[in-house]
Design a protein around this ligand. Structure first.
Ligand code: 7TS
Length: 417
């Protein structure tokens, strides 16, 4: 059995995890009488104090509705809101803020795209998704397919949890209208070769949609380099508040797409004879938006920008490597998802133990993980399991916490398996 006190690797230059943890007030509490070990970052990550402060300051000093007021607070709120949009633009390296639409999150962004592309779809058209998608990147396409007569076809995956590129190539043809695929799998941690997929799909004239929900907490995408048509993510997974996310969309496609919802803000002029739409991005932003949340997301991006991203990624890979070396210390434990390119996500099962029991027993030790199907039922079907236990790490997690997770699993295995 591997000794849990094995020597640590040297600290990564430019990355002081103890200092970083002090930025996240929630992490220093006790849960069930034990120091909290938060390993459910894939579901939602924690917020640095600067995000909490930015939202608090927004409400204390500048709250008003945006794009409306003939008054100072209205100007302040609008400036803060639009500054946040610019931060998202820079974060994704989009060409223009006209291409950044605020949404409630990834789910709403993907629904917006699916509905917006519906007028282009006709019977026999094909929409490619993958076997590893989150339901948010399956169900909206199924709903649109039902309306339009298009078909949703899954790209197969390999047993280690990588996209099967032969399956992908065999599915591509002139009927392929849309490729909608996740950048990173929430349940496996697999990083997909998105740029390559986009390039091949474009050769057939397909529109490319990337679900970036699980990518952005770990690395920064570049939508221009990827040359994707749409890229969606949620603020709450990237250390910002809940209730907001963003959709990057190629301007020419956004111009052509119908609005998603009707109401205030999204119109240019309304009459009973004829209503016309506002310019981008407002055409897709009906109603009063989540202003404080946008400001909070902007602060989260500022926070990430001042970190050494390369050092952060190295530290995360070290967490994953550490976890992988410890798997053999828990009899009957196996990892689901062993792709060569992964973010630090560890989905696993332990012989004789139900995933939900693992979750409950870890919680008693102050360790938070997620168990279940992870909103990826087709993926669970592929592996023939009802669900998995999933530890998903963020840059503020430590090697000691990885050790504690495995010490906890060893204890559970000894007592219950
Ligand atoms: N796409 C992926 C890849 C996701 O992981 C999630 C949420 C979503 C879309 C939906 O994001 P939302 O913010 O609109 O809800 N994933 C998870 C998860 O893995 N555990 O809880 C939520």
């Amino acid at each position: 059995m591997t000794d849990l006190s094995m020597a640590r690797t040297a600290p990564i230059a430019g990355f002081d995890v103890a200092a970083i943890r002090r930025d996240f007030p929630i992490l220093s509490q006790q849960v069930n009488g034990k120091p909290l070990i938060y390993l459910d970052n894939g579901a939602s990550s924690q917020k640095p104090e600067v995000v909490l402060d930015a939202m608090d300051r927004y409400y204390r000093e500048m709250h008003s509705n945006v794009h409306r007021g003939a008054h100072t607070l209205g100007d302040r709120a609008t400036t803060a809101f639009e500054d946040a949009r610019e931060k998202v633009r820079a974060f994704l390296n989009a060409g223009s803020t006209r291409e950044i639409i605020w949404t409630r999150g990834t789910t709403e962004a993907l629904n917006l795209v699916a509905n917006g592309l519906a007028p282009r779809l006709k019977p026999g058209d094909e929409i490619l998704v993958s076997q590893m998608e989150h339901h948010a990147n399956i169900v909206p396409w199924q709903m649109v397919a039902e309306r339009t007569g298009a078909k949703v076809l899954p790209i197969q995956i390999t047993p280690n949890g990588e996209l099967d590129l032969d399956s992908f190539r065999s599915l591509l043809n002139e009927r392929t209208r849309v490729l909608a695929v996740t950048h990173v799998s929430n349940a496996l941690g697999t990083v997909n070769p998105i740029a390559q997929l986009i390039e091949q799909a474009k050769a057939y004239g397909a529109i490319t949609v990337v679900d970036g929900a699980q990518a952005v907490p770990h690395f920064q995408p570049d939508v221009q380099a990827l040359d994707c048509d749409f890229y969606a993510f949620s603020s709450h997974k990237v250390f910002g508040p809940t209730g907001i996310g963003a959709l990057y969309g190629r301007e020419s496609l956004l111009e052509e797409m119908p609005p998603y919802q009707g109401g205030g803000e999204m119109i240019e002029r309304v009459s009973f004879e004829r209503t016309t739409w506002n310019i981008l991005p407002y055409k897709f932003e009906a109603g009063t938006p989540a202003i404080a949340e946008a400001v909070g997301l902007g602060a989260a991006i500022d926070y990430l920008n001042q970190l050494d991203r390369a050092a952060m990624e190295a530290a995360e890979l070290e967490l994953l490597a550490r976890a992988n070396t410890l798997v053999e210390t828990v009899p009957g434990m196996s990892i689901i998802g062993t792709a060569s390119q992964k973010v630090p996500v560890l989905s696993f099962k332990i012989d004789g133990l139900h995933p939900s029991d693992i979750g409950t027993l870890l919680d008693q030790q102050g360790i938070a993980i997620r168990t279940g199907h992870h909103c990826a039922m087709p993926l669970m079907d592929f592996y023939g399991v009802p669900g998995t236990a999933r530890a998903s790490f963020a840059f503020y997690n430590t090697l000691e916490e990885v050790d504690q997770l495995f010490a906890g699993l060893q204890k559970i295995q000894r007592l219950f398996a």
